[in-house]
Design a protein around this ligand. Sequence first.
Ligand SMILES: Nc1ncnc2c1ncn2[C@@H]1O[C@H](COP(=O)(O)OP(=O)(O)O)[C@@H](O)[C@H]1O
Ligand SMILES: [Mg+2]
Length: 217
Amino acid sequence: MSAPGLFITFEGGEGAGKTTQINLLAKALTDAGHKVVTTREPGGTIEAEKIRNLLVQRDGGAWSPMAECLLLFAARVMHVKKVIQPALEEGQIVICDRFTDSTRAYQGYGRGMALDKIEEINAATLGGFGPDLTFVFDINPEAGLSRSSRRLAAESLDLKQTEDRFENMDIAFHEKLRQGFLEIAKNEPERCHVIDANGTVEKIAAEIEKTTLGTLK
Ligand SMILES: Nc1ncnc2c1ncn2[C@@H]1O[C@H](COP(=O)(O)OP(=O)(O)O)[C@@H](O)[C@H]1O
Ligand SMILES: [Mg+2]
């Protein structure tokens, strides 16, 4: 299922700087004359946003990791079919905030779902379709969570009211996610570039731009 465009994903913990860097990369690539689509998961289509709402509603019951995984792949199937694949076929660059690596990290490493089950579902639903290039943002969970609560405070949002169900979970859980993301990156070193998210915004942006332009050549 290879397409002429480039599919880039940004992964890693909360507050690591993914959204900040996606915006900078999209601007740099657009300024350089590329056609860029930015999108996010879970979500990216009307159908997938409905599933996102199911997952984040606090009165929505307690999904088991398997059920959560199936909902995420249902959303992903719509997102790939309606947004990602068509853009790639037109030769565009698609930048997505989280993708299957987040399912591996959260439902697999974090919530304990068997990783081979996740891969079976990935194969059955998407034929294993995935990104050409992935930036894995690595940050100490305390630092990341404190950045994201500072952002929420600045936007006058209450942490408890935000949609991220995982933001309130304990540090041990976030440490599992961090190790999970690092292991994913270690298993696929060609695709995954680990970013030390402690660097300055400018330094990280330069590194990401350089790697992306290198991949485009
Ligand atoms: N390299 C950085 N150094 C310090 N603060 C940062 C850096 N990158 C982003 N931030 C700030 O941290 C907060 C979270 O960044 P954000 O891009 O929203 O992270 P994410 O999308 O990974 O949750 C924001 O307030 C942002 O301005
Ligand atoms: Mg973000």
